[in-house]
Design a protein. Structure first.
Length: 178
């Protein structure tokens, strides 16, 4: 499995991972009409715009066959949450590639890049009912806060996890990652 920095030509592969991951991870959590209305084309257009943003960091996991099977995206913390200057915006893996250490490797890649850009801490929002939420706890994330968000017609709870020292997160991930 190759973890590498994404390029604009990866937008279609990233969009496919995002849409397919939502459809396998969020049934029963996110309204069905939201999941059925997801579009590879719309997501690809959104990802092409991301690559025009100089402060975004995006890494992909690429299979030996050259298929993008996961990605992580990060950058500056977006809400003014005091004490955190970096934010993990998204991390998704195709279902068949989960629980293999790829998420840890992607998180390590984006955290190391953010640290190299001078960011000292990291924050992430995750749906509170997402079964993958335990990943953040396993890599040392501390539960910081919760908030209600709206996705389609649903009001859902999100949990925010933080790492006050991004270098501790990086070291923790290095120990876990082969």
């Amino acid at each position: 499995m190759l973890i590498r920095e994404a390029r604009s030509s990866d937008a279609g592969g990233i969009a496919k991972v995002q849409v397919d991951s939502w459809r396998t991870t969020y049934p029963g959590l996110v309204p069905e009409d939201v999941l059925s209305n997801l579009s590879y084309e719309r997501r690809e257009t959104e990802w092409r715009q991301v690559f025009n943003s100089p402060d975004r960091v995006v890494f992909v996991a690429e299979s030996e066959a050259g298929e993008i099977v996961g990605f992580a995206s990060a950058g500056p913390e977006r809400t003014g949450n005091k004490g955190y200057d970096g934010e993990l915006y998204a991390i998704y893996l195709l279902q068949g590639y989960q629980k293999q250490g790829i998420g840890s490797r992607l998180t390590l890649a984006v955290a190391a890049r953010l640290a190299s850009l001078g960011m000292r801490s990291l924050f992430v929002w995750v749906l509170s009912d997402n079964p993958a939420r335990s990943f953040y706890e396993k890599i040392g994330g501390k539960r910081i806060m919760e908030q209600v968000i709206e996705i389609g017609s649903a009001r859902l709870m999100e949990t925010g996890y933080g790492w006050g020292d991004i270098h501790e997160l990086i070291e923790n991930l290095r120990r876990r990652t082969p």
